[in-house]
Unconditional design. Structure first.
Length: 168
């Protein structure tokens, strides 16, 4: 570890296993993913943490992905009292009632088809962009959509790991 290691990463590297596990679970709800990242501590820098996260995500099976997705609320309905989901879904905060209703309808149709919430890295996206994404993805095959979800989880995890490494 170098002296330039971010303070949050230093805390994570030296945390008791239970505390580190809890911090990682806030990033991703997959216990397999969490276990893989815990096993590789300490991390020299955020890039090493990202590499480990990406590799762990690539190895998740369908059950692990389902567990990871279960930790995410539907777009347009962040978990009450959860600043992370509210921050990530900020693009829906100013959405019109019409757009909110359309997202609810699309979310339900997507969930009926695929058996899980529509998952997208919503950070920085407008409500319209999220709506357009669910419209574009709803006709995918389950296999294709599982890979889209994996890609979106990688993006979400990197954003959340950045906050963890920086101590935010």
């Amino acid at each position: 570890m170098t002296s330039s290691t971010a303070p949050g990463l230093t805390r994570f590297n030296t945390a008791e296993e239970g505390d580190a596990r809890a911090a990682l679970h806030e990033v991703c709800a997959s216990t397999t993913w969490v276990g893989k990242l815990l096993a590789q501590r300490p991390y020299a820098d955020a890039a090493a943490l990202f590499t480990a996260s990406d590799a762990a995500m690539a190895e998740l099976n369908a059950e692990d992905l389902a567990e990871a997705m279960a930790g995410h609320p539907p777009i347009g309905r962040p978990k009450p009292g959860d600043p992370t989901s509210s921050r990530e879904q900020r693009g829906m905060s100013g959405a019109s009632e019409e757009l909110r209703a359309e997202m609810l309808e699309l979310n339900l149709a997507y969930q009926d088809k695929f058996g899980h919430v529509f998952l997208i890295c919503a950070t920085g996206l407008t409500g319209e962009e999220m709506r357009d994404a669910v419209r574009a993805r709803i006709d995918n095959t389950p296999e294709r959509e599982r890979e889209n979800v994996r890609t979106e989880l990688v993006k979400i995890n990197r954003i959340r790991l950045t906050r963890l490494a920086q101590g935010g």
